[in-house]
Design a binder for this molecule. Sequence first.
Ligand code: GLV
Ligand code: GLV
Length: 337
Amino acid sequence: QNTKVVVTRQLIDEAQRLLDANTDLEIVQWKSEKPCDRSWLLSNAKGATGLLVMLNDKIDEELLDTAGPQLKAIASFSVGTDHVDRDALKKRNIRLGYTPTALTDAVADLTVMLILMAQRRAGESMGKVIKGEWPQMPWHPLLMTGPQIRGATVGFLGFGRISQASLQRLLPFGIKRVIYLTSQPGQPVKEDHFGLIKDGAIPIEPAKSWEQLAGESDVVVIGCSLTPSTKHLVNTDFFAKMKKLAVIVNIARGPVIDTNALVDALQNEKIFGAGLDVIENEPNIQADHPILKQPRCVLVPHIGSANIETRAQMAEESVENLLAGLKGEAMVNEVEL
Ligand code: GLV
Ligand code: GLV
């Protein structure tokens, strides 16, 4: 009997070929571009040895129990793994692959885009032009002005690969100083992925607390994973400490920000603006959502890694992780459970 694998999406050409080349596998694949039905996943996971999943597939006890004890490896087409119950995997000796390196550049590019869009009021400006309001707002010296990035102190919540790659891109803009908060406040981060800390071009220091980070940053970038301790880390108290001309950017996971608190902060001008790639309860954001009434908020639909090359690379690495997991070999990137 062939080894069964379940893949919750159609993959891009190269990755699909790489997968299909394994004629010894029974490949069960969800064919639609819509997220895979939970009921489809539950019934098909039964008897599977490997799963290749997306970030909107919940991997929990129920699914693992339904799959059965032969399940060896899961490959997630993502850097974030908050959709996966890691403890449940660990208990069952199931390995977990992910794609943290493939998407670093794409997400860091988007971070810079969102910072500049928030500071320079890109969404608000374009919205007015689209609505035909330009004739009523001829050029004048203060039209659509926002804070400059040169001289900014940038605060990173989470200082891993993506945050550091974002910093690398921000240095040429003349930012002045960086502070960052990790799960060990005040402690220097272990990995200096691009040698920026060692290089010492500008001060890069651990913050002692979220209060310090909120209070001193002109730009706050959220680049941490979602855990019980980062959920709603950015709340009413956090916004109250932020500078009036500061912007906040979230390229991580929506629930790190308390959305109601953000709406309040924007509405009452406690901060200047926001740039969001993610938001709580995505993708169920209807046109009447209060965040969409905030002209100083740029919101894009979780497209951080969405450049063509990156998605192809993520697909290939996911297949490689899956195959390595089935064979008991080293994955391209494996989560330490
Ligand atoms: C995107 O959010 C990912 O986790 O890959
Ligand atoms: C007014 O909102 C301005 O800053 O131009």
